[in-house]
Design a binder for this molecule. Structure first.
Ligand SMILES: Cc1cc2nc3c(=O)[nH]c(=O)nc-3n(C[C@H](O)[C@H](O)[C@H](O)COP(=O)(O)OP(=O)(O)OC[C@H]3O[C@@H](n4cnc5c(N)ncnc54)[C@H](O)[C@@H]3O)c2cc1C
Ligand code: SF4
Length: 813
């Protein structure tokens, strides 16, 4: 077998091996990586810093993948030299590993300008998982953090640190943020957006020195001004790691020079990734590197033919709620370039297209990047736009409804990061019988880069995979030949208000224990509680308002909002327990008291004696909001989690949901009430709240996804309400939030809730309010006319509705 040695266990090197494995080859592969981690998605380090993903979430190839493919992996092993005459690489200990073919895939390093003081403690770069971990370890509430560099990486680092509670300033040498991707107007839109998130931006500032005695304490600028800093991140650009190329005697410019086949000046040495220089160009984004990887795999495996021809530069900022996309050339002074642009200052939207000879030459989108895919395709395919000139910025009405997936040509790229086309996806679905997004990711690597094509991939699956799992799950039972989605639509559009009506008109007239509770739920939600309630159609526990236990007795859990109670309530519970000889009183994991072993006949009397509302512990409905003591008692607390949790519970209690909904509110990221494994969680931060959704701590454990970060408690509560109502209206019956969020993808959920148009959000809140008005407490119902438990839901103020509720000014993305 021939020895293939790859130096660099990063994104491009491993993508190349993945392609080699698809070809016939006779290599024994050895990989050296100087990081200690297996191959991970470096792009998503920003998401790890922002707390949206964990280190485990971003692994691309785990250790089993190397084993299964018989790849020798040496981690924490740095190659120091290449003996190109004798064909061997030499590690730090002087160990030699011979090769027949060598691939240098050493990537780039963060560029650290020679500023006096950069070697002080607490000065970092942002390139690796270790850098990210170090930043996470140091960041804390109120820590003064300064990011030097207002490019893509600097801004993502700044946002991540700010989400971690730091007080962040971005210092940029130029007068425009991301000046390589944006013009000055676009940069100005971006600056204002970043500032609304609470990150300070200083432009035109040249850092002259980092101050402090051993540990960084501040910065001095060329203008003489100084700025306090306890932590500094330098994000001033990257430099290709080309030293090994030099040592091997290869042609090296800014990077290791490669030709269109990824060959260097030595016949058995190749290079791929950010360490390369191709036709005078170096690289900083993955899409072209994955193209390089494919080409190199063909060259190495005896299929030399495909060539790398460079690609249009494209960049997308991955800060939630800050849409920025730029591709192609942004130089509008170039001869023959026309500009077409649109600006709306109050919405914070700026779009600019550069057109040359009726073809797209470059694009800048700030505030709304939803059309990035279309523009990227125009750039890639060099589409003649003569017939589309009227619709360059806004698609014609028909196309406006969304990309018509069927009309998309097979050659069109769906996943820009991994370079996967529609044709490849469709073929993989057909050939491998793919029915889930996870399988599709595994098979094609589509949607495993920055993840922004996830929706498009799902649309393709839906259109092409006959057994797409989403469809399978939705079919209810034999009584009605419809999917849940279709049934919801029928109930809504036909304004059906009773289970029997649905069964009579669309089903077998009888129903069963599977479809009746689901229909019962659907008519309730569609009519906002103004339906004909058929108690017998409800789920058994909802019929008796109690949880039936294994011995046939029942349990009684009174509501204690936010887990807070009073001596009087405790006395009542104790009296009831004694009077009815309740065999067991147990504190639940949900911060409530459970009276277990109650006889069915005693239930109504116990409810009467308690005089407390039902905790709905039996229901497919709102359970509780678990809280920590927060600012009221805890010395670490930065938000009043008890008050917020109690208010949240009041706003949502007594409502039915597709499955049980458990919630949590905590006063700081220490997360004592485990809000991040709840269906809905509010996590207090210094000066803000994170609202997280889709968490679970049951049979499976799932960390909730970040829905949005907002400044005020009111905004956080409203974000919870938006998600709650959206889940009520769109989930399948018996689908927990964690399955729901995974099925739809958090991006879609965000777009259709907190970042939806004002009227959509208003509609969700209004329907929730209507349902709430009609709701009532199950135990107290017999004594009070409906509605018994009216809790005022604050309608959105006019000013909030007018604001671009993609939360430009009010919400932090
Ligand atoms: C925070 C962050 C966010 C990003 N966001 C985006 C984005 O949104 N979109 C996008 O397209 N790109 C993004 N990028 C860039 C993208 O991650 C890179 O383009 C890509 O990782 C480059 O792949 P590579 O294999 O060339 O280099 P790398 O992934 O850096 O891999 C090179 C590996 O080689 C190792 N190595 C170097 N020298 C040696 C040696 N002598 N011996 C052994 N091992 C060695 C390095 O430690 C590293 O592990 C981002 C990068 C960062 C840091
Ligand atoms: S989560 Fe924070 S505020 Fe709440 S109790 Fe724990 S440490 Fe205190």
């Amino acid at each position: 077998m021939r020895q293939l040695v790859v130096v660099g266990n990063g994104m491009a090197g491993m993508a190349c091996i993945e392609h080699i494995l698809k070809h016939q080859h006779d290599f024994q592969i050895t990989v050296f990586g100087d990081e200690t981690q297996v191959n991970y998605n470096r792009i998503l380090l920003s998401s790890v810093l922002a707390g949206e993903k964990t280190a485990d979430d971003i692994v691309l190839n785990d250790i089993d993948w190397y084993r299964a493919n018989d790849i020798r992996l040496k981690l924490g092993a740095r190659i120091e030299d290449v003996d190109s005459r004798e064909r061997a690489v030499i590690d730090e200990q002087g160990g030699r590993t011979p090769f027949d073919k060598l691939v240098i895939a050493t990537g780039s390093s963060a560029f650290v300008p020679p500023i006096p003081g950069v070697d002080k403690k607490n000065v970092f770069v942002f390139r690796t998982l270790d850098d990210t971990r170090a930043l996470l370890e140091r960041s804390r509430q109120g820590l003064k953090a300064v990011v030097i560099g207002g490019g893509l990486l600097g801004l993502e680092a700044a946002r991540g640190l700010q989400v971690q509670g730091c007080d962040v300033t971005v210092v940029h040498l130029m007068d425009t943020l991301m000046e390589r991707q944006l013009d000055s107007t676009g940069g100005d839109y971006l600056r204002r957006k970043i500032e609304t998130l609470g990150v300070r931006v200083l432009l035109g500032k040249q850092t002259q020195a980092l101050l402090g005695n051993g540990r960084v304490e501040g910065l001095r600028f060329a203008c003489g001004e100084e700025l306090d800093a306890e932590l500094v991140v330098i994000a001033a650009g990257i430099r290709p790691n080309a030293e090994l190329g030099k040592r091997a005697g290869l042609a090296v410019g800014r990077g290791i020079v490669v030709n269109d086949f990824m060959e260097t000046s030595h016949p058995d040495i190749y290079a791929v990734g950010e360490c390369t220089e191709h036709r005078g160009q170096t690289f900083g984004l993955v899409a072209p590197l994955f193209e390089q990887s494919k080409v190199l795999a063909a060259t190495l495996t005896g299929n030399r033919g495909p060539t790398f021809n460079g690609s249009a530069p494209a960049a997308k900022l991955k800060i939630m709620g800050v849409d920025v996309f730029s591709a192609g050339s942004i130089d509008d002074t170039e001869a023959g370039v026309e500009t077409v642009y649109y600006e709306d200052r109050s919405l914070g939207i700026y779009k600019k297209l550069l057109v040359k000879e009726n073809r797209l030459h470059g694009v800048i989108l700030v505030g709304d990047a939803s059309d990035d895919h279309r523009y990227m395709e125009w750039l890639r395919a060099r589409t003649d736009l003569s017939s589309q000139r009227r619709h360059l910025l806004f698609p014609p009405p028909a196309a406006d409804k969304g990309l018509d997936i069927a009309k998309m040509p097979d050659s069109e790229t769906v996943c820009g990061c991994m370079g996967v086309s529609k044709g490849e996806i469709v073929t993989a679905i057909h050939l491998r019988g793919i029915v889930t997004l996870a399988q599709l990711k595994d098979a094609t690597r589509a949607s495993t880069g920055c993840g922004s094509c996830g929706n498009l991939c799902s649309q393709l699956l839906r259109a092409v995979a006959p057994d797409f799992e989403e469809e399978k799950q939705k079919v209810l039972c034999a009584c009605l030949p419809f999917s849940q989605e279709k049934l919801r639509e029928i109930v809504r559009s036909q304004e059906l208000k009773s289970v029997q009506d649905v069964l009579d008109i669309y089903g077998n007239g009888r129903g069963c224990e599977i479809c009746k509770p689901a229909l019962s739920y659907m008519v309730d939600v569609a009519a906002c509680g103004d339906h004909k309630e058929d108690r017998s159609a409800r789920f058994i526990n909802d019929r008796v308002h109690a949880n039936i236990q294994r011995d046939g007795t029942f349990s009684v859990v009174p509501r204690m909002r936010g887990g807070v109670t009073t001596p009087a309530e405790l006395r009542k519970i104790a009296d009831v327990a004694e009077k009815y000889k309740v065999p067991l009183v147990k504190v639940t994991g949900s911060q409530r008291l459970d009276l277990l072993g109650v006889k069915k006949a005693d239930l109504p009397k116990i409810w009467d004696d308690l005089g407390m509302p039902s905790g709905q512990a039996y229901s497919k409905g709102v359970r509780m909001v678990k809280t920590c003591v927060g600012t009221q008692f805890c010395r670490f607390g930065v938000q009043d989690s008890m008050a917020a949790g109690i208010e949240l519970e009041k706003r949502l209690e007594n409502l039915y949901t597709p499955h049980k909904v458990k919630m949590g509110a905590v006063g700081c990221p220490r997360n004592c009430a485990e809000a991040t494994v709840k269906d809905i969680g509010m996590v207090g931060q210094e000066g803000s709240w994170q609202v997280v959704v889709g968490g679970a701590a049951g049979k499976g454990v799932r960390k909730a996804d970040l829905l949005v970060t907002v400044e005020t408690t009111d905004q956080a509560l409203e974000a919870c309400e938006l998600f709650f109502q959206y889940y009520r209206e769109n989930a399948n019956y018996l689908e927990r939030t964690y399955d729901f969020v995974e099925r739809l993808g958090i991006e879609k959920v965000r777009k259709e809730t907190v970042y939806a148009a004002a009227e959509v959000r208003h509609g969700l809140i209004e329907r929730l309010k209507k349902s709430k008005d009609k709701s009532y407490d199950a135990w107290l119902e017999r004594h009070r006319p409906r509605p018994t438990q009216f809790v005022e839901i604050r309608p959105l103020g006019a000013h909030e509705m007018e604001a671009p509720y993609a939360l430009d000014s009010s919400y932090r993305g």
